[in-house]
Structures are given as C-alpha cells and as structure tokens.
Design a protein around this ligand. Structure first.
Ligand code: THU
Length: 130
C-alpha cells in the first residue's frame, strides 16, 4: 500500500516533466486510489492557452484509464508556495471523491498541508443535483 510520502515523491518527479513554457509554473499531482494504486499527472500547456490542462486532470485521466474511479487522496505540488487545486480541478476531483477524500497541498521543500475536499469545495454541484 502506498503512503502519503510516496505520493509526494511521485508528484515531485512527475512535476519535472510538466510542460509549462508559458507560465513557467510546473505542477505535479499524484492520486492514491481506493484500491491503493497511484496515478501521477503534470500540467500540459498549449500555445492556445485555454487548451492547457492542469496536473490534477492528468492524474485523474490516468486513474480513469486504468479502470479506477475513487480518489482516496490527492497530492498537488508546485514550487516554493504550496498549491491548492483550482476551482475547475476541485470540481473534477469531486466527481471521483467521497466524504473521506483528502487533498494534500505541497511545495518542493517538503511542506505539506492536509485538507478535506469538503473544506475546499463545500456543497458542490454533483450528479445528485439533476
Ligand atoms: N495549474 C495546475 O496544474 N493545477 C492547479 O490546480 C492550478 C494551476 C497549472 C495550470 C497552468 O499550466 C499553470 O499551473 C499556471 O496556471
């Protein structure tokens, strides 16, 4: 079973591969799934700026491609400042989260802060709403 420290080192490693020539802001993410597997992602920017994708989106795509659907934990790492998922990514995380899902916000110096998804996105829109 993977631990939070594994998520951190995998996300840091994946962040190295981020394609961020425009913002120069590299982001890495790593999911621990309900089955105990890890899935990493990084941001992938585009000359047509809105086409760029966040690190969280990459990690979620990898998890879904592998046939898993529940995020137990997700760690996001940027540079010197801890990073929280953007609003769009919180909604993407919520789609595959449950009430116990944790979000770790990290920097490359090893500082990590833990949040519940419900703290960052309370009362979110979901499939229950339609
Ligand atoms: N970014 C992420 O990858 N995740 C977030 O939660 C916030 C922002 C990326 C998108 C873009 O490539 C760069 O950070 C600057 O916004």
């Amino acid at each position: 079973m993977h631990k939070s420290s594994d998520l951190y080192s995998i996300a840091v490693q994946c962040r190295e591969n981020a394609y961020a020539p425009y913002s120069k802001f590299k982001v890495g993410a790593c999911i621990l799934s309900a089955k105990g597997n890890v899935f990493a992602g990084c941001n992938v920017e585009n000359a047509s700026f809105p086409c760029g994708t966040c690190a969280e989106a990459g990690a979620i795509s990898a998890m879904i491609a592998a046939g898993e659907k529940i995020i137990r934990e997700i760690l996001i790492v940027a540079d010197t400042a801890r990073i929280l998922p953007c609003g769009n990514c919180l909604q993407k995380i919520a789609e595959f989260a449950d009430e116990n899902t944790l979000i770790y916000s990290a920097d490359i110096n090893g500082n990590i802060k833990t949040f519940k998804l419900s703290e960052l996105l309370p009362q979110n829109f979901s499939a229950k709403d339609f």
